[in-house]
Ligand binder design. Structure first.
Ligand SMILES: [Zn+2]
Length: 264
């Protein structure tokens, strides 16, 4: 099985997974790059998976479906797509493999993720704009509590799960993460690895869930060092208390990190 990110727009990845003859793509915001890849490799597109309704994830779905006859799977928040609706717990079969749907609200209200399990390869997580390497999606339609619950659900997947994010945001996310945790050795090492990959025009993805649990501040809101950084940032804001809040909840920490990152 081959897993490749097809670049699109400025920094999107359209993930394509194939077995040499049949393929599935995730969040095709445009169709051209996918069509070229399919033609170059002689692939039949079986399925199109959509994680959420944003145009840079859906713009190429109709054309790809019209040209290939692929089955489209999408959450209810994409009513304009000619799709089979998926909900939390939906079980699909993709290229003969079981694929589970998780509802992961926060970035959008109806955002879903797809988890593909296989007997002989590590699981694959297509998480759209919910989880990025060293970061998470902006909260356009959900609350910090929604996002924390979604990230916690993803963090419960096996550590060797391949994390397929929909954007190449890794280096800028790492710069923020290092501000939160300057002494995190795994994070420092991941920055060196990703700088080398990007200098070579290679993707930094997929990451693994085990790595993200070590380096991603949004998956580490229960770590004392992350809580302290979030607390200090909150207290330093113009409307902040200027005093430490030992009673910060996990949701408070995530909310502070997300707000901090928005202005970083
Ligand atoms: Zn989005």
């Amino acid at each position: 099985m081959v897993l490749v990110p097809v670049p699109a727009f400025q920094d999107n990845y359209i993930w394509l997974w194939h077995n040499g003859s049949h393929a599935v793509v995730v969040d095709p915001g445009e169709s051209a790059g996918v069509e070229v890849y399919l033609a170059d490799h002689g692939l039949q597109l079986d399925s199109i998976l959509v994680t959420h309704h944003h145009g840079d994830h859906t713009g190429g779905v109709a054309q790809l479906q019209a040209r290939t006859g692929a089955n489209v799977f999408a959450p209810a928040e994409c009513p304009d797509l000619p799709a089979t609706r998926v909900v939390h717990g939906s079980q699909l079969t993709v290229l003969g493999m079981p694929c589970q749907v998780l509802h992961v609200p926060g970035h959008t209200a109806g955002h879903v993720a797809y988890v593909i399990a296989s007997d002989d390869e590590p699981p694959i997580l297509f998480c759209g704009d919910t989880l990025f390497s060293a970061g998470c999606g902006r909260l356009f339609e959900g609350s910090p509590a929604d996002m924390l619950a979604s990230l916690d659900a993803l963090a419960r997947l096996p550590g060797d799960t391949r994390v397929c994010c929909a954007h190449e945001y890794t280096l800028s996310n790492i710069r923020f993460a290092l501000t939160v945790e300057p002494h995190n050795a795994e994070l420092q090492q991941w920055q060196l690895t990703c700088e080398a990959l990007r200098a070579d025009q290679q993707p930094t993805l997929p990451s693994t869930l085990a790595r993200e649990c070590q380096i991603n501040p949004f998956l580490r809101v229960r770590q004392p060092v992350v809580r302290l950084a979030a607390d200090r940032w909150t207290a330093s804001q113009p409307n902040g208390t200027q005093a430490s809040r030992p009673d910060m909840t996990d949701v408070d920490v995530l909310a502070a990190l997300r707000e901090w990152k928005n202005t970083f």
